[in-house]
Design a protein around this ligand. Structure first.
Ligand SMILES: [Zn+2]
Length: 323
């Protein structure tokens, strides 16, 4: 049976449009009563209600000029802006880490047949093909081939991973939206407005400090949603997926204005107080492995480690040497 969620009420040009309503819904319901906090941000800090959701068949481009920037941001008018192509990319990333980790690593490990040299199962290869599409959107827009996994039209047999991906994706984007909200509530947008008015300059050091602060702000709010245990693991997965997705937008982990991409993932993981055997350490390792593979960075890692947590810290150490 094919499932088809195509519906004329969905705003958008890409299959990710089926989740457009859910993006705002999950954001507004980050935790119980969060809506009250949002209303305070609107009345006290000048946040513009809602989101600007641009639907353009354009590549994901980062630009300092708001009108040209396709990555999520909050403008000087304090309205949070999303572009559909970035959201498509984010979904392909969430799907890929979920499927490759479960089907390519965890299941074989449990069956004691895991060998990194073995070919991946078909479903994991298909996920990697989808991710190549997602990555291609960074430089070049093409339409999503709906024969590949997507949230709009799929066979029933694919629902398990697609529907889990939808949930992880919604918390990953929620994390990103909360980060942008942090820039408003912590006074960073006012700081930029002031600099604009007076023609002064905000140092890269200050911008980086603000980015750390906005990350911390977003983590705290997102994790409040864990009060509802039903969503706990999905929220944690979404947080790590959100952080991890962002490293793919650049071929370097370091930046003048943002904390290093791998360090952000580390801060995210450490904020979760995870057990050392938690699979999220493995998900983060897989994300970094995908990044090194796709960006042509070679690091030497042992064939096995005691835990994914050990592998994660070892990977960070090796990446540090490459910076
Ligand atoms: Zn930011």
């Amino acid at each position: 049976m094919k499932k088809n969620f195509l519906n004329p009420t969905h705003k958008g040009l890409q299959p990710i449009r089926v989740l457009e309503h859910n993006v705002l819904y999950v954001f507004e319901n980050t935790y119980q009563d969060f809506i009250t906090e949002l209303k305070t941000s609107i009345s006290k800090n000048g946040l513009q209600p809602g989101l600007t959701y641009h639907c353009l068949e354009k590549e994901i481009r980062f630009s300092n000029k708001d009108f040209d920037n396709q990555t999520p941001f909050v403008g000087l008018d304090k309205k949070i802006v999303l572009h559909e192509t970035f959201l498509s990319f984010l979904w392909t990333f969430c799907y890929t880490i979920l499927v490759v980790f479960d089907e390519g690593i965890q299941k074989p490990l449990l069956a004691k047949t895991y060998n990194p040299k073995n070919p991946l199962p078909e479903i994991a290869n298909e996920a990697l093909k989808l991710f190549d599409y997602g990555l291609s959107l960074i430089d070049n827009f093409t339409k999503w081939d709906k024969n590949l996994p997507n949230p709009e039209e799929y066979d029933d047999s694919k629902s398990f991973y697609i529907e889990r991906t939808n949930a992880v994706y919604l918390y990953a984007i929620d994390f990103i939206l909360l980060h942008e909200l942090g820039h408003v509530n912590l006074g960073h947008v006012d700081e930029s407005l002031e600099a604009h008015k007076t023609g002064s300059y905000i140092s890269s050091h200050q911008i980086k400090e603000d980015e750390y602060a906005a990350d911390k702000y977003a983590i705290n709010l997102l994790l409040k949603g864990r009060e509802n245990p039903v969503y706990q693991k999905t929220i944690e997965f979404g947080l790590i997926a959100g952080f991890s997705s962002l490293i793919f937008l650049s071929s370097k982990l370091t930046s003048k204005t943002h904390p290093d991409g791998d360090e952000r993932i580390k801060i995210g993981l450490e904020s979760l107080n995870l057990d050392e055997t938690d699979n999220l350490w493995g998900i983060a390792c897989l994300s970094l492995k995908l990044w090194t593979d796709k960006k042509g960075v070679t690091i030497d890692l042992p064939a096995s480690t005691e835990t994914y947590k050990d592998l994660f810290y070892l990977t960070l150490k090796k990446l540090e040497d490459k910076k």
